[in-house]
Design a protein around this ligand. Structure first.
Ligand SMILES: [Zn+2]
Ligand SMILES: [Zn+2]
Length: 426
């Protein structure tokens, strides 16, 4: 047990972590371009927030939350998603009183007690954006377009953008009645979960993964059949804005998403090559959520993607993932006295902004050279007895396999010139 990580968790090790850092850089970069500011919220919150903010008839809340009683006898939950916390912070820090819209992004670990499968973990990582304070359908299109822009930048191809409108509180009761009328004679054929959903939230029957339910649901009335005029106008405008950007999309009448809080626009991005569950991100508008969480009526829309799934899709599609360039310099020494000089030089090299390391295992000169080569170091700076006497160092270019003797005081300048002249290829 001691040397095993808990089921559904992952170590992100050197060699793999560079991919994460690359994705995080790309995400921060694109958020900067689109005018989103980062928000960092706690990893746990009062359980009540998720009961309200995610919806207590959802799978997440019913089956998947990491909830525990802390030493102060309060119920707290490891966050299963990012939106509820963003809403809580928006309210607690009174961002609604400032200029609108408020455009936020977050990235970090989330927790769900789910059955682990390809690309799905109990501790997983999400990136997401939230926009509060605007009803404008152009914002829906911006959030959708930003996600597609991001996928394009990291080289993902053959993606399918699915969009739908899931209606609003004005048209939901109509839809609810239509769905209940449709499923009433078929109630006995639904799975036990859906028989419960029939009363509590019939829309979620359309989201069921059981084949008997999805077969029945294929004939059911859809949200689009029941939209009110204002929902129809909003949806038409979202599509118009996507057309302006020449973004192809599929209107997917079956798309309802798993969370209760969506209104109007819902969207999801599908990638081939990552198995049956091919979604690599999605989101939607949630105009009622801020009010549900105790705030003033405030429109909102968000989007989230799972980084593990993105990395899986990138690997399966053979996307270029930049690898770590390795150390610039390894300082190689022979003898105790040379070690003192080398230790001093090592820190001078680092202070000049060049990455460097040295031997700490008292290896032979030959073994040090071998180690430096294996570590993919570009230069070896060698200080032996000869060099110590003449106050010089041998600088060996490991890539070009050539070397030169350089005065000790000139080593850094020499390295800088070499690196400027021939930067290392990634
Ligand atoms: Zn409506
Ligand atoms: Zn079902």
């Amino acid at each position: 047990m001691l040397t095993m990580r808990p089921r559904g968790t992952n170590d992100i090790m050197p060699g793999e972590v560079e991919t994460w850092q690359y994705l995080e850089r790309q995400l921060r970069h694109i958020c900067g371009e689109y005018g989103y500011a980062e928000i960092r919220t706690p990893i746990f919150e009062h359980t009540e927030l998720f009961l309200r903010g995610v919806g207590d008839t959802t799978d997440i809340v019913e089956k998947e939350m990491y909830t525990f009683i802390d030493r102060g006898e309060r119920s707290v939950t490891l966050r299963p998603e990012g939106t509820a916390s963003a809403v809580r912070a928006y309210l607690e820090d009174k961002l609604y009183a400032g200029p609108q819209p408020v455009k936020l992004y977050y990235t970090g670990p989330m927790f769900r007690y789910d059955r682990p499968q390809a690309g799905r973990y109990r501790q997983f990582h999400q990136f997401g954006v939230e926009v509060f304070g605007s009803h404008d359908p152009a914002v829906d299109a911006e959030v959708i377009a930003m996600s597609m822009d991001f996928y394009g930048r990291i080289g993902l191809k053959n993606l399918a953008l699915h969009v739908n409108s899931v209606g609003c509180p004005a048209c939901r009761p109509h839809l609810r009645r239509q769905l209940q009328d449709f499923f009433r004679p078929r109630l006995a054929s639904l799975c036990p979960n859906c028989r419960e959903r029939y009363e509590k939230n019939p829309l979620r029957i359309l989201d069921c993964k059981e084949s008997r339910c999805s077969e029945l649901g294929a004939e059911a009335p859809t949200t689009i059949d029941c939209l009110c005029d204002s929902c129809l106008t909003h949806f038409a405008s979202v599509k118009k804005h996507l057309d302006l950007l020449h973004l192809p999309y599929i209107v997917d009448r079956r798309l309802v998403r798993g969370l209760d809080y969506y209104t109007h626009t819902a969207f999801e991005i599908m990638a081939p090559d990552i198995g049956a569950q091919s979604s690599i991100g999605g989101g939607g508008r949630y105009n009622g959520l801020v009010e549900t969480c105790g705030g003033p009526p405030t429109p909102g829309i968000g989007y989230a993607l799972g980084l593990e799934r993105i990395i899986l899709a990138m690997k399966n599609q053979g996307c270029a993932i930049p690898r770590s360039p390795g150390l610039d310099v390894f300082v190689v020494t022979a003898g105790r006295e040379a070690e003192h000089t080398a230790f001093h030089l090592l820190f001078k090299i680092r202070r000049a902004g060049i990455s460097a390391d040295k031997d700490y295992l008292n290896r032979s000169l030959k073994a040090q050279m071998k180690y430096a080569g294996k570590a993919g170091t570009r230069f070896a700076v060698i200080i032996g007895e000869e060099e110590l006497k003449s106050d010089t160092a041998v600088v060996r270019d490991m890539d070009a396999q050539e070397q030169a003797t350089v005065a000790m005081g000139e080593v850094i300048k020499y390295l800088q010139a070499k690196m400027r002249h021939a930067p290392r290829l990634p």
